[in-house]
Write a new protein. Sequence first.
Length: 209
Amino acid sequence: MRYLIAAFIGLLTIQQTWAEVTLTIVDQDNKPVIDAVVILSDSSVETPSTIAKMDQIKSEFVPRVLTIQKNQSVTFPNSDDFRHHVYSFSIPKAFEIKLYKGREIPPVKFDAPGVVVLGCNIHDSMIGYIIIADNNFSVKTDRNGQVTIPAKVGDDIALWSERLLDGVTEMQHFDITSDTAQTIKLDLLPAIETSEHEHHNHTAYSSNY
Ligand SMILES: [Cu+2]
């Protein structure tokens, strides 16, 4: 019995160290912010051995926002039947994959943390982002602008959104202030219409712009 009590107290102690906190990110109109990235600064995760994928479908990067860990590799298949020319000038990784078709493309390794902005030399409207975490827990908001993270009050999070007023290579920092649920409201640039968002989330984006 004594051991059981000790084990029970131990379990309570563990549960108090962190909880599942649900963050909801909204903009100035209280609309959910989709494809924002939340990084838990004081966390430690290993780099997955899996190769992440940044597809190109109907002249859009899919997903528009990809989260990976430092030293993870990404492949850039072209699912269109015409050529793309993917490039980035961003500091964490400047690279290009010259005019190509097909899906068998050697992956690119991203060995520094930060934000990589992707473009295509042929299609100016193509834009995508790879957010490279520094082996910290990292997750992208869903259609409700929500993430659930293993955090506790006082933890620091870095938040990225394509819509941040400071620019797409910046992050904003916030403190966790709740053990259960917290809403972060931001002044942001207008939401961007993409077919990816329309497909998955038509109602949330339907009437504002
Ligand atoms: Cu292109």
